[in-house]
Design a protein around this ligand. Structure first.
Ligand SMILES: Cc1cc2nc3c(=O)[nH]c(=O)nc-3n(C[C@H](O)[C@H](O)[C@H](O)COP(=O)(O)OP(=O)(O)OC[C@H]3O[C@@H](n4cnc5c(N)ncnc54)[C@H](O)[C@@H]3O)c2cc1C
Length: 327
């Protein structure tokens, strides 16, 4: 099926907004990324599930997009049906200590809902941008807490199976990773168990976290959060600062002078500019500390030469096989 046939079929199904050649730079916090062949925003859960069954059944490549706050999208874009969850999955319910939410809901909104219900456990999430879905996939965390500590179970859509319930242990949460990507699971709804707390204390903790972020991160500049994972017990930002990289730039991609593990888009940065900076950082950190930084960002779309966009290909060149980080 070609792109026109896919678009015609989706419009006929009437499963929500359908756009052709939609620039993904409009849907990522980095403001970077070429076009998606098809971009769809289903308007409810039933439509989303119908759409997933249809693309899967017809072997059409698809990609689930949250708020695009952890993504570096190729300048070539993505030849796939990009499916946004933000309109379809936005229900939130609080019953006792249990909060159940659609995975298109913003994490910050969930933190505020928890505060309103005097529930503690989600304060850390107040300043993490992005949706609940993205936070599950990435096991997002901050200030010493992460999603794994609150998640009880998740309703997922599994390719070939359909809807089923996954318990937290099955999700394989670890530092900024889970089993969602390897199994191509789509998170539909998650149920979290929180603790009873004092409303004023919860608010004060959230305000403290928000202020901390304002003072330590490049607020107001397009970025995608931490570029590299912390090579625990070390911090990527400290190592990058140690090689004197703050302020380095390639094109309009600039290593933030505020936080060395953030790259900001100074206006017209392209994915290839960010990638060139990341390569340079990785090489210099390795030369100085013998530590090989791993990306926290997810690369989406083909590599620079149009081949598979895996980090190995991106670091070393397509088909080059593993090499030293500075070759
Ligand atoms: C300024 C800034 C600060 C940040 N600070 C932090 C921080 O403190 N801690 C932290 O952990 N992260 C942080 N991040 C990174 C980012 O916000 C988180 O990783 C967030 O959880 C990603 O959510 P998203 O909706 O934007 O996901 P996206 O970026 O849209 O997607 C991320 C991945 O999740 C997948 N995905 C999204 N929704 C679903 C779903 N429903 N089902 C299956 N797969 C799905 C996507 O396909 C993709 O693979 C920061 C980012 C920015 C821009």
């Amino acid at each position: 099926m070609n792109a026109t046939q896919v678009i015609d079929a989706l419009r006929e199904f009437n499963l929500g907004t359908v756009m052709e050649n939609e620039p993904l730079s409009r849907h990522t916090s980095f403001r970077i990324g070429g076009p998606a062949t098809v971009y769809v925003q289903p308007s409810c859960e039933a439509d989303l599930i119908q759409l997933l069954n249809w693309v899967y059944g017809n072997q059409i490549p698809y990609f689930i997009l949250g708020q695009g706050t952890n993504l570096l999208v190729s300048d070539h874009g993505l030849d796939a049906v990009v499916i946004s969850t933000s309109r379809a999955l936005r229900d939130v319910r609080v019953e006792g200590l249990r909060m159940t939410a659609g995975t298109g809901v913003l994490l910050t909104k969930l933190a505020h809902k928890a505060h309103q219900a005097s529930l503690k456990g989600l304060e850390f999430a107040v300043s993490i941008p992005g949706t609940l879905g993205g936070a599950l996939v990435m096991n997002a965390g901050a200030h010493g807490s992460e999603m794994v500590q609150v998640v009880d179970h998740i309703k997922i859509w599994e390719p070939g199976t359909g809807l089923r319930i996954l318990n937290a242990a099955e999700a394989g949460f670890a530092y900024r990773q889970s089993r969602f990507m390897e199994h191509h699971w789509i998170a539909i709804e998650a149920s979290m168990i929180l603790k009873s707390g004092n409303s004023e204390e919860i608010l004060s903790t959230m305000q403290h976290f928000m202020n901390y972020r304002k003072n330590t991160q490049p607020v107001g500049h397009a970025n995608a959060g931490s570029v590299f994972k912390n090579p625990q017990p070390e911090f990527a930002g400290r190592l990058i600062d140690g090689i004197g990289a703050k302020g380095w730039r390639v094109g309009d991609a600039i290593i933030s002078p505020v936080h060395a593990n953030f790259i900001v888009n100074g206006g017209r940065a392209r994915a290839c500019d960010v990638l060139a900076l990341m390569r340079r950082i990785r090489c210099r950190v390795f030369q100085r500390y013998l530590i090989l930084l791993q990306p926290e960002l997810r690369w989406i779309g083909p590599g620079e030469g149009g081949g598979e966009g895996t980090w190995e290909n991106l670091w070393y060149g397509e088909g080059a096989g593993l090499k030293e980080p500075c070759e």
